[in-house]
Write a protein that binds this ligand. Structure first.
Ligand code: DQA
Length: 138
């Protein structure tokens, strides 16, 4: 069974509550349960942290044994050389995902410190961005 993890970064614990016009009104937990039911053939797990170091620790922990990582690093995407380096350091391929189309938004969201080390980037499809990321590993 393929082991795939979805990792969400800062403020994504507030999906369904935060900036609904940008990120929608659905909480992530119920979406994750739906994905798990839809992809029973996958060992799908979920991790969320608001802390850069915890995300790096998680990447190190699972990055040599999992089949794929679907990562929405939130604002750390645009600031974190350290998460970019962690992606380069591990063996498990990472797909960068975003709910919103970051290229339609402020200039500072156009640059990613992660994308160079990822197998691909998916953005702008709302929560289904995560499903597309997951499908890319199947
Ligand atoms: C986001 C886009 C980021 O620019 C932002 O900081 C987020 C969410 C997205 O999923 O659209 O927190 O990663």
């Amino acid at each position: 069974m393929k082991k795939i993890i979805i990792i969400n970064g800062p403020n994504l614990n507030l999906l369904g509550v935060r900036e609904k016009s940008v990120y929608g009104d659905r909480d992530f937990q119920s979406y994750f349960e739906e994905l798990k039911a839809e992809y029973e053939q996958v060992e799908l797990t979920y991790f969320q942290s608001n802390h850069e170091g915890s995300i790096i620790d998680k990447l190190h922990e699972i990055g040599f044994s999992y089949h794929g990582i679907v990562l929405n690093a939130g604002a750390f995407t645009h600031t974190s050389l350290a998460i970019g380096d962690a992606i380069a350091a591990i063996q498990t391929p990472v797909v960068e995902v975003h709910i919103s189309n970051v290229h339609q938004r402020e200039d500072f969201r156009h640059h990613s410190f992660l994308a160079k080390n990822c197998v691909g980037v998916i953005c702008g499809f709302g929560l289904p961005s995560y499903r597309l990321g997951l499908q890319s590993f199947l």
